[in-house]
Design a protein around this ligand. Sequence first.
Ligand code: ADP
Ligand code: MG
Length: 719
Amino acid sequence: MAESEALLNKQALMTEKAGLGKLFSPKSVAVVGASREKGKVGHTVLRNLINHGFSGKIYPVNPQAKSILGKKCFPSLLEIPGEVDLAVFAIPAEAVVATFEQCGGKNIPASIIISAGFKESGRKGASLEAKLAQKAAEDNIRVLGPNCLGVIDTSSSVNATFAAGMPPKGNIGFFSQSGALCTAILDWAIGEGIGFSKFVSLGNKLDIDETDMLRAMGEDEHTEVILGYLEGVKDGVRFLEAAGSVTQRKPVIMLKSGGTEAGARAASSHTGSLAGSEKAFAAAFTQSGIIRAVAIEDLFEYARAFSSRRYPKGNRVAIVTNAGGPAIIASDAVERSSLRMASFEKETIESLRTSLPPSANVYNPVDLIGDAKHDRYAAALEAVLKDPNVDGVFVIFTPQAMSGPEEVARAVARCGSNGKPILPVFMGGPAVEGSAEILSKASMPNYRYPEPAISAMEAMVRYETWRARPAPEYKSFSVDKKQVQRLLEEAWASGQTEIGEYTAREIISAYGFKVPGSVIANNVSDAEFIAEKIGFPVVLKIASPDILHKSDFGGVRVGVRSREEVREVFHEMKERVKRLLPDADLWGISVQEMIQGGKEVIIGMVRDPQFGPVVMFGLGGIYVEIMKDVAFRIAPLSIDNAQEMVREIKSFPLLQGARGEKPVHIEAIVEALLRFSQLVTDFPEIYEMDINPLKVFPQGREPVALDARLALKRNEVSQ
Ligand code: ADP
Ligand code: MG
């Protein structure tokens, strides 16, 4: 079959793919490998289906048994009399491949392959998995797994897993690439009474992947918060697209692991050595509004806060507490975070003054004093929640002799919140266990310490800011694309994949970058003549496609002030090449206009295998890799993306002008980033690229690109 035909077929299959309805709410489920033996996966799956209220038909499949757990058993899928919506496989990998065909014969639209022994176990397993994938695609069967725990859907009461137990109904949808994490989270959820809508273990992602899950949970009316654990994504671009639209409707909180390979790859550019898949993921998450959990605890702690569905409209918070110490600790932590302590309206202070004893502190943090009971909490909460300067509240409670922790928890759970989030922090051990339960029953989170509550509040503020942002705007410049096409083709034709300054200058010029005047001289008298024409001081650089890092080689001399000096440097550079790299292709010595003043920044890109062009911005020059003060976004960049990148770096204040310096024209940098984004989006064969340095100036003077280089690689999706 011709390649294009195969691709068309594949695309047809992809667009035809059915949704995941039958996976989550099947009317009938068959368990292939159902077993009588307690402790076997095939037994537990069947028992879970039976025991958790599933009202559809359940068909055990096992040629050796007549009935299991009171259900009539069938020798094969084909012999089941009625329709089957979902087939769950809990038999050895080889046997799965042999029996999976029956799904096609029986028109079963969805399957879960719990069995391990596939891709994760080596070459043989991988080939079994490939066979399975082919069969599933041919017969148009959706597959979850293999090598997974299964699926739980609390609204259709399906528990098709071998997990111990069923979580309560709730509004959190969870999917995970790790089955072990699934069991841990499930256990935690059951223990803490945290409710879930859907609970999915993705396993090897033969077919159904994180993007399918995001979409399905995004559309699911029972899911209001989406949690995910990922080790990688199957298709970065598809994932970003889905995430961007789902996060508009509901929060998506993601823990991503496996991010320590940065710098492992040899890279020819600064961007290449500073980027890496971790940075690409971080950028992808930021750009699609995904809230990133850094540790497993965050995942839980954010989930609890978000599942109450009250999001702060801003970052101003109030603290209400019965103890001075924790109040100070919490206020300090707030000040260190992106949150701010709210200052109360006069009426709020008056109201607190009337309802609290004279020794109480009526300013933020509100201290109700150690003998506070539930009535003081209730009154104070009511007052601060009404205050228009307060976007969210932390209720901090420490067990004291006088206070009834449960009463206080009830008061907190009862108070009407004005739609503002209240994050309770009941500190302590056994004394506050009962309160935690009361809060959880009222669908409120509880935190043991102020810090995680503060992080959760910050995450909610970030989410609200994301949701409230205007739709992204893109800008396209009129550029000379043909010219770049021509230059790249020439490079290909001559077998050049690393392109140095001289050609790179022409490429970026075609996209509107200004470059310093520069001419390559082949002999000393030309060099002197050109220098004179350009005007002293000038810069001399070795021009050779074999010397890409010119300074490292001693191939750059700035501030050359006279004909004599030109002569001297010219000879010296030629000598050096002759001595150290006699085989280098030396085009000559370029004599260049010296650009004085301004600040050096770097703009770069490296193509990530998952997400495509990752653009980098930072303070430039030769110390980039030491300072590592850089920001990343995935191209094409929106205007906001470019703005954020410039503001994100730590040295942004330097660009704004430190110690009486004039500020750099930020909008000019933003434009440069957007032009660069257009270039790397237009040419997928550009694999890596640096403009370093780009000299930027105060308003009124255009940036100038002093140096650029790029690396090419034939890309499958070349335009
Ligand atoms: P390299 O190949 O080593 O990156 P560059 O062309 O970037 O070589 O030059 C190294 C440094 O010399 C730059 O970071 C910049 O500070 C300075 N420089 C290079 N060209 C010019 C120029 N035309 N005007 C002023 N300074 C320059
Ligand atoms: Mg450079």
